[in-house]
Design a protein around this ligand. Structure first.
Ligand code: NAP
Length: 459
């Protein structure tokens, strides 16, 4: 059995991959469990060297990997190339963290005992990744897992398995021993991941994907109290204040909204622009949006297709519903080709604060813009969501920017910046956007357990 990998721009089959089931899922855990003893005892310096070498190999193959990402995901070559660089940086970051597993030595306050605290690899980890960043979501998990001394089984999204397979091949070329990471491709994710969560040898699940699937996996993980990290959906507000530099806000909005064609968990999902600059912002932002070219990456387009037909139908319906609720299309880019799941970048102006689109993850190149005047009312609207991943604030007065930023319930806030992702920063959400952090020192901790020895040396 095999699964076709479809180019969403041309609808051509790029390749096929094996369609695995519970039997192969169990075998992958056998392999990871067998490899754990040696890998967890491998010197941190050696683990670091493998990761560093893999970082160099990813940069060596950057163009090739970018083409692969564009073919299976559809994103522009510029976005794909940027993603490879970003993804490789997680390997470099965790190569540097691998040699700093941490630990503490303490004295019990009552005297007598000493406390030795260490951070040990959690064990076999199940890694589940989405299609929207086929490289970065993989290295953001594999990097810390390997650095910590864990072994892993990895299930990439069915739409984008090729990049994940290519990255694991590069890790093996860099010296990663056989069996430390095994990729399992499947058209039946529930049975593969269910098999892993049922297996007592699997001690960790690290999932990136939608909130509804995250909830299902958390329920399953509860059965065996499996250590869980969840990077889930977002509904990022993009706030522009009355004294913001409108040109800077427009530049930031183009990145926050249209990187990856809007298919990012951190994508600006709803714009709140102060009444004083609303018309200027809509006009300037709209003019930039109209310049965006829509088409296949191979043709040099800035915006690729949506991932599949279901996504296209969903985005189209969300726009129609918002218009029925009183909004208007103020600006729109030219249509893309007829073949492929293209949707033109669209600006929706005069969006009522009650519009459904402001509560849903759009995951497409659509920018709904609402108006605000009162900061308290703005913050109520901004926080009226189950999500809390990213947010953006553009303001001239930095004190106001920080005040608003600190009042937003989100794990990450870009202040006068349209991009928050950085391997050295703790990426993650609050509320139903997730549990735990990736990247930074925190990312390594997600793959470690803390143990202490309480030692009586008779001193
Ligand atoms: P998804 O449908 O939740 O899928 C994510 C992964 O889970 C895929 O590998 C998928 O496999 C697998 N999966 C689906 N159903 C499953 C089940 N019942 N049991 C076990 N695994 C299952 O999400 P998506 O559409 O790929 O990705 C978009 C979502 O990811 C958005 O909500 C976005 O915000 C979120 N995301 C979050 C972050 C973050 O860091 N917070 C980053 C990127 C994306 P199949 O491919 O086979 O369905």
């Amino acid at each position: 059995m095999s699964i076709p990998v479809i180019d969403p721009a041309t609808l051509e089959t790029v390749a096929t991959v094996a369609d695995h089931g519970p039997g192969e899922a169990r075998q992958a855990v056998d392999t990871a469990a067998a490899a754990f003893r040696d890998w967890s005892r491998t010197a941190p310096r050696r683990r670091s060297e493998v990761l560093h070498k893999a970082f160099e190999l990813m940069l060596r193959d950057r163009d090739e990997l970018a083409l692969l990402i564009s073919r299976e995901n559809g994103k522009s070559l510029a976005d794909a190339t940027g993603e490879v660089t970003y993804a490789a940086e997680f390997l470099r970051w965790f190569a540097e963290e691998a040699v700093r597993p941490g630990g503490e030595y303490g004295s019990a306050p009552a005297g007598g005992a000493r406390t030795l605290v260490s951070h040990r690899p959690v064990g076999v980890a199940a890694l589940i990744t989405p299609w929207n960043f086929p490289a970065a979501m993989v290295t953001r998990k594999i990097g810390p897992a390997i650095a910590a001394g864990c072994t892993a089984v990895l299930k990439p999204a069915a739409e984008t398995p090729l990049t994940a397979i290519a990255i694991v091949e590069l890790l093996v070329e860099a010296g990663l021993p056989d069996g430390v990471v095994t990729v399992v491709t499947t058209s039946d994710p529930a049975s593969v991941v269910g098999t892993w969560l049922d297996d007592p040898r699997v001690r960790k699940i690290s999932f990136t994907g939608s909130t509804p699937i995250g909830r299902i996996l958390l329920r399953q993980a509860a059965e065996r109290v499996v250590n869980s990290s969840m990077e889930l959906g977002g509904n990022a507000p993009f706030v522009v204040t009355a004294d913001a530099d409108v040109e800077a806000a427009v530049a930031g909005a183009m990145i926050a909204k249209f990187r990856n064609g809007g298919q990012a968990c951190t994508a600006a999902n709803r714009f709140y622009v102060h009444d004083a600059v609303y018309d200027t912002f809509v006009a300037r932002f709209g003019a930039e949006v109209e310049k965006l070219t829509v088409g296949a990456a191979a043709d040099g387009a800035a915006i690729g297709p949506l991932i599949n037909e279901k996504a296209l139908v969903r985005v189209r319906a969300a726009v129609e519903e918002t218009i029925a609720e009183g909004a208007r299309i103020s600006h729109r880019a030219a249509d893309g080709p007829q073949t492929g799941w293209f949707y033109p970048p669209t600006v929706l102006a005069d969006v009522p604060a009650t519009a459904a689109i402001l509560q849903e993850e759009i995951f497409g190149p659509v920018a709904p813009i609402a108006r605000w005047t009162d900061e308290e009312e703005l913050l109520t609207l901004v926080n009226d969501t189950e999500y809390g991943l990213a947010a953006y604030v553009f303001a001239g007065d930095l004190r106001q920017a920080v005040r608003i930023g600190e009042a937003i319930d989100a794990g990450m806030v870009g202040i006068n910046r349209g991009l928050v992702s950085d391997p050295s920063a703790p990426f993650g959400g609050v509320k139903q956007s997730g549990l735990g952090r990736e990247g930074a020192r925190e990312g390594l901790r997600e793959f470690q357990e803390t143990q202490y020895l309480s030692v009586d040396w008779g001193l």
